[in-house]
Structure formats: structure tokens, C-alpha cells
Design a protein around this ligand. Structure first.
Ligand SMILES: Nc1ncnc2c1ncn2[C@@H]1O[C@H](COP(=O)(O)OP(=O)(O)O)[C@@H](O)[C@H]1O
Ligand SMILES: [Mg+2]
Length: 266
């Protein structure tokens, strides 16, 4: 389906039920779940000299509590652009975006910085760890400035690295470094975890361990999660799959045959 307007009410209804059985901590008004993110007619056009690149051509969607969304699409379809706009790393050319009841497209730079720091966890294809700091120190960079962080050891334990606290990035494999990056992203207990091609640089075996870590965090903390990939196999572990092509949402479906990350193959 093309966008949210084209999304059948029944489907949205199911999303709401899924959300209602979930977290009751936050993001609720009169017992109803508010979307974690809402994008309305988001357009992003890059102008490079004479050339206009239409990265997003009018995207509308909602992300609800506890969803594990795979955002699937070929290279260049606008996935990263959309994720960066949702995560307040970038702004749309037109359209509106909300994080819960806060409109990002009307917020000050100060508020956006605060939002990114407290509420959103980012994981990118390349891990962006500080080489001179241990795993635990890398995580503590974030927990030191967050309001209600979990202990760095606990975060590393959640991704299966409880025994590697004092190792440096150079002493760890790519998959392990990515799990440190995930621990760092979730240690501040974000409302939402945004992952851009988190397994893009990894082989299947290591990639699967990273996906297992994301699934475990989702299960244990209930953090709404978006995983960008061009790899259709990964969508099997999602609760919802949103497909992007040429800057548009071309499908938005609940995955009724969800499999555990251990069974994802590519
Ligand atoms: N900073 C930028 N300047 C110009 N064009 C860009 C920029 N970022 C992305 N694009 C273009 O926007 C389109 C969507 O890019 P992107 O969101 O990165 O896609 P994806 O993540 O799905 O591969 C592509 O055509 C890309 O070349
Ligand atoms: Mg991308």
C-alpha cells in the first residue's frame, strides 16, 4: 500500500491492539497508545547544483510501542534519509514529524539535541566506537550523561558481552564491536532504537548474532525498534515490515509468520 492513508483501518487496528498489550510505562493518553513516531507527507529533496534528488516523495507512517519494524528497500530507496529524519538527525524539505506528542518539525535545535540524547538509540553499519576506550568505557560515555541509564555492565550483558567488558575494540570481532555499539545505544533506555544496516558489514554468522542481540533487547526491554536493511531475509524476524521504493512506502504489513533471529538465513 502506498502510504498511511491507504493503510486499511483493520491493519491499523491490529497495530493498536499489539501496542495495548505492551508497555504501560509511557506514551499513553487516556489509556490509548500514542505512536512513538508519526511522519506525515514527508518529502526530502536534495538539490545538487542543477540536479534534484528526490530521496523521499511523501512518506506517511506511524511507529507504535513495542513494534519491531524492518524497513526494507533497495539501495537508494530513501531508508537512511527516513531514519535520519525520524531520529532528528536531519529535517524534511516538507511534511511533519512527531515524536510522541512533540512535533520535531517545529522543535528547537536544543530540544532536538535533548531528544536524541535521552530518547533515541542509534546503531549504524560501522560501529563508531572510540578505539582507545574499552567496551565498558565506550558504553559509559553515554550512561554518564543520560538521566536514567542502566549500568554499563548490564547493557553489555544484554548483548552477550558480559565477559568482554575491558576489551578494546581492536581486540573484538566486527560482530562484537557492533554489539558494543548496541549496548551503548540501549544503555540510556531509549524509547526507540533506530538501526541503519546493523549487519551490513558482517558475514551471515556474525550478523545473526547481532540480530539475536537486537531481538533479545526488544523482548526484554520492549524498546520500539526499527532495523533498516536491503536484505529481505531479515524481515522474517520483524513484527511489521515496511517496504520503501524510490522514496515511497510501497507496502506496510504485519508479519504473521515471524521467526526467531536464530532462524534468519541469507
Ligand atoms: N546528502 C545527500 N545529498 C544528496 N543526495 C543524497 C544525500 N543523501 C542521500 N541522497 C540520495 O537520496 C537517495 C536516497 O538515499 P538514502 O536515503 O541513503 O537511501 P538508502 O538508505 O535506502 O540506500 C539516493 O538517491 C541518494 O543518493
Ligand atoms: Mg542507507
Amino acid at each position: 500500500m502506498a502510504d498511511r492513508d491507504a493503510c486499511p483501518a483493520a491493519v491499523l487496528g491490529i497495530f493498536t491492539v499489539v501496542a495495548d498489550t505492551g508497555s504501560t510505562r509511557r506514551g499513553r493518553v487516556n489509556g490509548r497508545s500514542i505512536a512513538v513516531f508519526r511522519a506525515q507527507d514527508v518529502v526530502k529533496t536534495y538539490t545538487m547544483g542543477e540536479v534534484e534528488v528526490h530521496a523521499l516523495r511523501g512518506v506517511s507512517l506511524e511507529l507504535l510501542e513495542r513494534q519491531f519494524v524492518v524497513l526494507l528497500g533497495p539501495s537508494g530507496s530513501g531508508k537512511s534519509t527516513l531514519l535520519n529524519i525520524l531520529g532528528a538527525l536531519d529535517t524534511p524539505t516538507s511534511g511533519r514529524v512527531w515524536f510522541r506528542e512533540h512535533e520535531l518539525t517545529a522543535a528547537s535545535e536544543h530540544d532536538l539535541t535533548e531528544l536524541r540524547r535521552e530518547h533515541i538509540g542509534f546503531v549504524f553499519q560501522f560501529y563508531n566506537l572510540i578505539p582507545s576506550l574499552t567496551a565498558l568505557e565506550n558504553v559509559r560515555l553515554v550512561t554518564d550523561i543520560a538521566q536514567d541509564p542502566m549500568d554499563g555492565r548490564e547493557a553489555l550483558g544484554l548483548v552477550g558481552l558480559g565477559a568482554r567488558l575491558h576489551h578494546f575494540p581492536s581486540q573484538m570481532s566486527g560482530g562484537e564491536q557492533q554489539r558494543v555499539a548496541i549496548a551503548r545505544a540501549i544503555a540510556k533506555r531509549p524509547d526507540v532504537l533506530l538501526c541503519d544496516e546493523p549487519t551490513g558489514a558482517l558475514d551471515v554468522e556474525t550478523g545473526r548474532v547481532v540480530l539475536e542481540a537486537l531481538a533479545r533487547i526488544h523482548e526484554e526491554l520492549g524498546t520500539a525498534t526499527v532495523v533498516i536493511t536491503h536484505n529481505a531475509a531479515i524481515s522474517r524476524m520483524a513484527s511489521r515490515v515496511v517496504r520503501l521504493a524510490d522514496g515511497r512506502v510501497v507496502a506496510d504489513e504485519i508479519n504473521t509468520e515471524r521467526v526467531s533471529a536464530t532462524r534468519v538465513e541469507w
